[in-house]
Each structure stands twice: as C-alpha cells, then as structure tokens.
Write a protein that binds this ligand. Structure first.
Ligand code: ADP
Ligand code: ADP
Length: 226
C-alpha cells in the first residue's frame, strides 16, 4: 500500500507561503490503476513526484509498504527509485543520440549486472512494449508513440512495482495516445501499479481510481467499474 499522511508542499514566495499541496491524506493499493486529474497548477505533478520519491514533502509522510520514503536521504532515495519505480514523461526524455536498446539499458548502468545481461533485460523490456524490431533505431527514427513505448520499456527494465506516468499521451495524436493507454492498462493487468497524471477525462476512465485535485487539496476520490 501507498499511504500519504498529512502531505503538504510549501513554497516560499517572498514573504508568502504558497501551498502547492495542502494536508493531503490518501491511500492507494498496490495493483491499482490510478488517475490524478485536476486543473493546471492544482498540484498533480507535485503529488506524483512526492509519491515517486522525485520530490520531498515539506510536511508529512509517504509510506510505501510501510517504508517512509520521505525520510530517505538522497542516495537511498535514488537507489529506491531505481529499484522500485519507473517514470514516464510527456516529452519521453529519451537520449537522442542513443538507440532504443541503449536508452532502455540506461537505468541498469549502476545495477552491477554484466553487459550481456543488461542487453538481455533491455530486449525483454522492449519485447513487452512490442518494439523488438526497433532495437537499433534512434528516437528521431521513431514515431511519437514508438518513442513513448521505448520510454515505457526503460521504465520497466528494473522490474519496478509502480509505474508513474506524467501526462504520458500529452504529446501524442489520439490514435497513438489510445495505444499507449492500452499498453498501460495491459501492464496494470499484469500486476504493475500505474499512477498517472492526466488532463484527459476519457483516459481517466481507464483507471480504476480517479483522484481529483484542486488548489493542492483532494476534491474527490472516485472508483470506476471496469
Ligand atoms: P499541475 O501538475 O497540477 O499542473 P504542479 O504540481 O506542477 O501542478 O504545480 C502546483 C503548483 O505549485 C503550481 O501553482 C506551480 O506553479 C507551483 N510550483 C511547482 N513547483 C514550484 C516551485 N519549484 N516553486 C514554486 N512554485 C512551484
Ligand atoms: P508540467 O508540464 O508537468 O505541469 P511544469 O511546467 O508545471 O510541468 O513545471 C516544470 C518544472 O518547473 C517542475 O520541475 C516544477 O517544479 C517547476 N515549476 C513549476 N512551476 C513553478 C514555479 N511557479 N516556480 C518555480 N518552479 C516551478
């Protein structure tokens, strides 16, 4: 379980305090597919970054299966992230000079695993997203949807429990977007927890839990039957 307890994120703006998140309490079960929705600037990305250990709360605790990651020091946090989480971003964040295979291998650099094993793991990951035929292509030689699939393969390569996706279809046409959503749904069916920030109401319907954020607070938590 992911438990957020009294999470606030406060930015000092001159003399004023700005609450990007204001006393959030939330529980998410591992295995869920969660969509975080809400207006621009409401705190969605901040909330997801704090859950994934990319950012620290000003106040409160983040418990992942009982481990309080909000107390981790940077080094332990980096290790935790690389072993237990995978991130996907709107703009893919691929290394443009590197092939699909090299991009997917990147998170394994510090894993202490041999190069041949790293190649094998990256290939397995690319197979999961249906891109074994694009191993040697660079991002510029791929469509937007294919680039995002490489990014998903990279997120999966360490076999994390939780996949975090920040507007994963924001830069894609609707067809490729739908395919990426189906892939995330498919990964969720395989047991991965998926936590996604989206502006897209239709996409949020694919999730089984929708968390609506407004002005740094939870406005609504609803369940989808699907
Ligand atoms: P969303 O993802 O819903 O668009 P964000 O989580 O990115 O919202 O941001 C929430 C609020 O916090 C916004 O008003 C944003 O301007 C503010 N914010 C985010 N990061 C910082 C920062 N480093 N310093 C000051 N304000 C920030
Ligand atoms: P997104 O597209 O995910 O909403 P943003 O454009 O809101 O991302 O934010 C990009 C980066 O800028 C984030 O790291 C966020 O923390 C930072 N940021 C956002 N708003 C502010 C702000 N008002 N002041 C300083 N940094 C900000």
């Amino acid at each position: 379980m992911i438990e957020l307890k009294h999470i606030s994120k406060i930015y000092q703006m001159g003399k004023e305090e700005f609450y990007a998140l204001n006393d959030i309490d939330l529980n998410i079960n591992l295995g869920d597919f969660v969509a975080i929705v809400g207006p621009s600037g409401s705190g969605k990305s901040t909330l997801m970054h704090i859950m994934g250990g990319l950012d620290k709360p000003t106040k409160g605790n983040v418990l992942i299966e009982g481990n309080d990651i909000s107390q981790f020091k940077d080094k332990r946090m980096a290790k935790y992230r690389s072993q237990h989480t995978g991130f996907i971003f709107q703009n893919f964040n691929l290394e443009p000079t590197q092939s699909s295979l090299e991009n997917v291998m990147m998170p394994l650099i510090f894993s202490g695993v041999s190069k041949s094993k790293r190649i094998e793991m990256a290939k397995r990951s690319l197979e999961m997203v249906g891109l074994l035929n694009k191993l040697n292509n660079k991002p510029t030689e791929l469509s937007g949807g294919q680039r995002q699939r490489v990014a998903i393969a990279r997120a999966l390569v360490n076999n994390p429990k939780i996949i975090f996706a920040d507007e994963p279809t924001g830069n894609l046409d609707s067809n490729s977007g739908t395919q990426i959503m189906e892939l995330l749904k498919d990964l969720n069916n395989k047991g991965y927890t998926v936590i996604m920030v989206t502006h897209n109401v239709e996409q949020a319907k694919k999730a089984n839990q929708v968390i609506t954020i407004k002005d740094g607070k939870i406005e609504k938590v609803s369940k989808n039957e699907n």
